[in-house]
Structures are given as structure tokens and as C-alpha cells.
Design a protein around this ligand. Structure first.
Ligand code: 5AD
Ligand code: SF4
Length: 365
């Protein structure tokens, strides 16, 4: 295949077949990667512009009922001190998000579905909604729940939800999770979210042991079929206190390759999905100090700076060398503004930053 005409067709919006997607994900030389990222950036500018949308990220608890083989805060990892922020701590982070004019907040935690937790989230969403007359957009990332729970949290004021599918391939998913973590239930949960009225985000990890380009192509088709509004995905990074980390300790030791794989996936997603929001995730930054900026240049348009209290950051290590554990929210804000400015982009303050895709989807109903 010849790269330039393929990229020109992709930028023009011609449909991309599986072989072409696989070819793009397999590019390797610096010149080819540069051309791919440039094409994705062109599409990004056309559909979502060069303003970065921020979501203040608060990791409210590392207590999790699940045992995903790759994750540092899995239930089975007894080396982790468990925490749950209290109401006042979460509200403080929300007020900080508002004061920073980030426009939007994300509450993320390990998965829990006990009634006390479901009530607590409902209440806290309501209280965040009351700050400054409901100015903050609220995104939740709290795992699989029932339709009823999703409805209650939506009614309380949350309007976006992130639930990564991790891998769209059921067989591959089964190699990454215990048998009771069912792929079909996760897919069903994504359907519930849509049914409950949320803008829905999903995503996968990239560079997992055993993952092939065909898996990633299938992931891209999954995003497309689900008609998602947001994508959050990033490179897999080893955590040695996990079954996957112990079994494949060397996976991802080539940081440059892992980073490039993540950037390629962002770029191809942008070429395919056009007007969705795509996050430049912390995992990119874990692999290179300028990883998030490079994500923006490869087609991402959302960054989720951590606004939670520093005291808890070390308790939320999904993977090793997670950046930002020593950086308070204020200095992170200043560094981020500088980083975004350094690539000629700017930050859109005080807006929810919904994806144009959502507006288009809502308008078509
Ligand atoms: N490397 C990269 N990402 C990870 N996640 C969990 N463990 C890891 C890891 N070792 C991601 C999962 C999850 C999100 C919150 O963090 O995709 O959905
Ligand atoms: Fe829990 Fe999420 Fe980690 Fe799985 S990836 S163990 S659900 S926090």
C-alpha cells in the first residue's frame, strides 16, 4: 500500500476497510508516523478544533470488587492500602475544579455496587451539581452497574460516563480477566448507559501481551458500531504486583514502542470517528514527559488533570511509574497550560466540552 494516497482519502472522509486500518496501525518509520499523525491532526482541527477540553479527575476510592489481571488496585493485591475519600474531600476537589475553571469533573474509582456506595455517589453528584449553580459537567467512571443505578446517577446530575471495554474481543478479554468478569455483561452495561441517557465513552488498553493488530482493528469497529461520543484509551503499562505483570514482566519495557502504539491508535481513531472526544491519557505521560502533548498532536483533544488530594495519589497506582503522584493540582495546572501552549493549542475554560458527535447524534433523534 502507498501511504500518501491512503491518508489523503482518509482525511477526505472516505471509508477505511479493515486492511487499511491494520496497515495504518502497523506503520513504523518516523516519517510514516509523522504523516499519520499530521493527517489525524488535520481531521481533528476540522471537527473539534485546537482547543483542549479539561476534566478535573478525582480518584475517589481504590476499593474494587474486581480482579482484572493487569490492574494494580485489583482486589487480590494485598499490598495496596485501601482508601475512600469522604464527602467533604470530594466536594473540596470539585470546588477546586470550579475555581480552576476546568468546566467539568470526572469521578473515578474501583468498582463497587453495594447500596451504601450507590447512595453515596448519588448524593455526592447532587451536591457537586449544587456548586456554582450547576456549572460543572459531571462524568462518572465507576464501572459496571445496573440500569437502575445508572439512571439514579443520571437523574442526580451526571451526564457522561466512561466505561472501557478493555478489549472488544471476548476471547482475548477472557485472557485478561477472571471468568466471572463477563464480556457480554460489560457490553450490556454500555447499552444501559446509552439507555439511561449518558454521553458514553469507552476505550481499550494498547500493547497488552498477546494483543494483535487484528484485535485493535476489531476494537475500532466496536467503537464505530457503538457510536460512542468519547474515547479514552492508553498504553498498557506493567504493574508487577499483578498476574499479568508477573507472567509477562517484559511487556512494555520498550516505552518508545508502547507510546507509539498508543499514539497510532489515537490517530487512526480520529481518522475513523472524526467528531468524537478523544482523551490524551495519563498512561501516555507515564511513558514520556511530553506524552500527553504528543497525544494531542496525534488527534486527541481532551486532558484529565488530577485535582484530587495528593495524600491519596500513591494509593491509585493502576500501573507503575504513574506520573503526577507528587504534583499538586495547582502546579499541574500551570504546567499543563504551558505544555498545551507549547504546541500551539489553547485550553477551553469553563465549558463542558461535549463532543460535536453527541450534538449531532442528539440532533438526529
Ligand atoms: N496499564 C494501563 N492501563 C491500565 N488500566 C488498568 N490497569 C492498567 C495498566 N496496567 C486502565 C484500564 C481501566 C482504567 C481505569 O485504567 O483500562 O479501565
Ligand atoms: Fe478494578 Fe477497574 Fe482495576 Fe479492574 S481495572 S481491577 S475494575 S479498578
Amino acid at each position: 500500500m502507498k501511504l500518501e494516497p491512503i491518508l489523503a482519502a482518509a482525511v477526505a472522509g472516505e471509508s477505511l476497510d479493515d486492511a487499511t486500518l491494520a496497515y495504518l496501525l502497523g506503520l513504523e518509520t518516523p516519517g510514516e508516523l509523522e504523516a499519520l499523525f499530521r493527517a489525524a491532526y488535520t481531521v481533528k482541527l476540522r471537527y473539534v478544533g485546537n482547543q483542549v477540553h479539561l476534566r478535573g479527575l478525582v480518584e475517589i476510592s481504590n476499593i474494587c470488587r474486581k480482579n482484572c489481571y493487569y490492574c494494580g488496585i485489583r482486589r487480590g493485591n494485598t499490598n495496596v492500602a485501601r482508601f475512600a475519600m469522604n464527602r467533604e474531600e470530594i466536594l473540596e476537589a470539585a470546588r477546586l475544579t470550579a475555581r480552576f475553571r476546568y468546566g467539568s469533573i470526572v469521578l473515578q474509582a474501583g468498582e463497587r455496587n453495594d447500596p451504601g456506595w450507590v447512595d453515596f455517589i448519588e448524593e455526592i453528584v447532587r451536591e457537586i451539581k449544587a456548586i456554582d449553580g450547576g456549572k460543572l459537567g459531571i462524568t462518572l467512571s465507576l464501572g459496571e452497574q445496573t440500569l437502575e443505578t445508572y439512571r439514579r446517577w443520571f437523574a442526580a446530575g451526571a451526564h457522561r460516563y466512561l466505561l472501557r471495554i478493555e478489549s472488544s474481543d471476548p476471547e482475548f478479554y477472557a485472557t485478561l480477566h477472571p471468568a466471572d468478569h463477563r464480556h457480554d455483561e460489560r457490553v450490556a452495561a454500555l447499552g444501559f448507559l446509552r439507555e439511561a441517557g449518558y454521553q458514553v465513552g469507552t476505550g481499550v488498553m494498547i500493547g497488552l501481551p498477546g494483543q494483535t493488530v487484528e484485535h485493535l482493528v476489531r476494537d475500532l469497529r466496536f467503537f464505530q458500531k457503538l457510536d460512542v461520543d468519547m474515547i479514552g484509551m492508553g498504553p498498557y503499562i506493567v504493574h508487577h504486583d499483578t498476574p499479568l505483570g508477573r507472567r509477562f514482566p517484559e511487556t512494555g519495557s520498550d516505552a518508545k514502542r508502547q507510546l507509539e502504539a498508543g499514539l497510532k491508535m489515537i490517530a487512526v481513531t480520529r481518522l475513523l470517528l472524526r467528531n468524537v472526544n478523544i482523551a490524551s491519557t495519563t498512561a501516555l505521560q507515564a511513558l514520556a514527559p511530553d506524552g500527553r502533548e504528543r497525544g494531542l498532536l496525534a488527534g486527541a483533544n481532551v486532558i484529565m488533570p488530577n485535582v484530587g488530594d495528593l495524600a491519596y495519589r500513591k494509593g491509585y497506582l493502576l500501573y507503575e511509574n504513574k506520573p503526577g503522584v507528587d504534583e499538586n493540582a495547582d502546579s499541574a495546572r500551570i504546567a499543563l497550560e504551558r505544555a498545551v501552549g507549547s504546541i500551539g493549542e489553547s485550553i477551553a475554560y469553563e465549558v463542558w466540552g461535549d463532543s460535536p458527535h453527541f450534538a449531532a447524534r442528539a440532533g438526529n433523534r
